[in-house]
Design a protein around this ligand. Structure first.
Ligand code: SF4
Ligand code: SF4
Ligand code: FES
Length: 233
């Protein structure tokens, strides 16, 4: 089927402002949008710039705004997009070129919540640190995050203030705060209780609607808010 891709282009070395490029591509209905973007890059305009790696919804590198909604280009099929497809870079982060944004502010927030296991006690002799099924269940949902930034860059609070840590960092914090084996919860909750932390969330739900992993982000944010108010998990 023939589809027109309207792609927001911007090369800071050449362009004074962004412009729209239109490209006709012949695609199979079951092709991914990523395949269609490759068809443009490989056969029409090699300067089109985008990030991707796994092409299977795992690496989280090809988030973009597709027909107004944050999606992973490799997780959306052409048959579900119609004959005209509009593609833009994700919002709220500086555009480096075309569909590639500077992810550093996003990863700075990720690093701020200490996304690693903290427990200075020596592990039990000759076995792992055990955890009950119920305790593991508490943070199961938030282990699924692939750091694609679809949520944070769809969040009106983040657009209004880029210093807000954003839903992705809160989801990542949740994964450790609610892990019974981890002792870093108080440090992380202190970071999230900051003026740029969880209280900037206005529960607009944009983030939940666009998460490609279907994580219940607002529930995770609610859990973290409750933990802060109750002084722990
Ligand atoms: S629910 Fe909170 S974090 Fe999610 S988009 Fe809305 S304001 Fe942003
Ligand atoms: S919570 Fe979902 S949308 Fe947000 S970064 Fe993780 S996988 Fe992406
Ligand atoms: S290319 Fe890895 S998630 Fe799409």
């Amino acid at each position: 089927m023939n589809v027109t891709l309207k792609i927001k282009r911007f090369n800071p070395e050449k362009d004074a402002k962004p412009w729209w490029g239109e490209y006709e591509v012949d695609v199979h209905p079951n092709d991914q949008l990523l395949d269609a973007l490759h068809a443009v890059k490989w056969h029409q305009d090699g300067t089109l710039t985008l990030r991707r790696s796994c092409a299977h919804g795992i690496c989280g590198s090809d988030a973009m705004v597709v027909n107004g909604r944050n999606r992973l280009a490799c997780k959306v099929l052409m048959k579900d997009l119609g004959k005209k497809v509009q593609v833009e870079p994700i919002r709220g982060l500086p555009v480096l070129k075309d569909l590639v944004v500077d992810m550093e502010p996003f990863f700075a927030s990720y690093r701020a919540i200490k996304p690693y296991f903290i427990n200075n006690d020596p592990p039990p002799a000759s076995r792992e640190r055990y955890q009950s099924v119920e305790d593991r269940e508490r943070f199961d949902d938030t282990t699924k995050c692939i750091l694609c930034a679809c949520c944070t860059t769809s969040c009106p609070s983040f657009w209004a203030n880029g210093n807000y840590v954003g839903p992705a960092a809160i989801v990542q914090a949740h994964r450790f705060v609610f892990d019974s084996r981890d002792h870093g919860g108080p440090e992380r909750l202190e970071v999230l209780n900051d003026a740029m932390g969880v209280w900037r969330c206005r529960t607009v739900f944009n983030c939940v609607e666009c998460c490609p992993r279907e994580i219940n982000i607002t529930r995770a944010i609610g859990d973290v808010k409750k933990a802060i108010l109750e002084g722990g998990v």
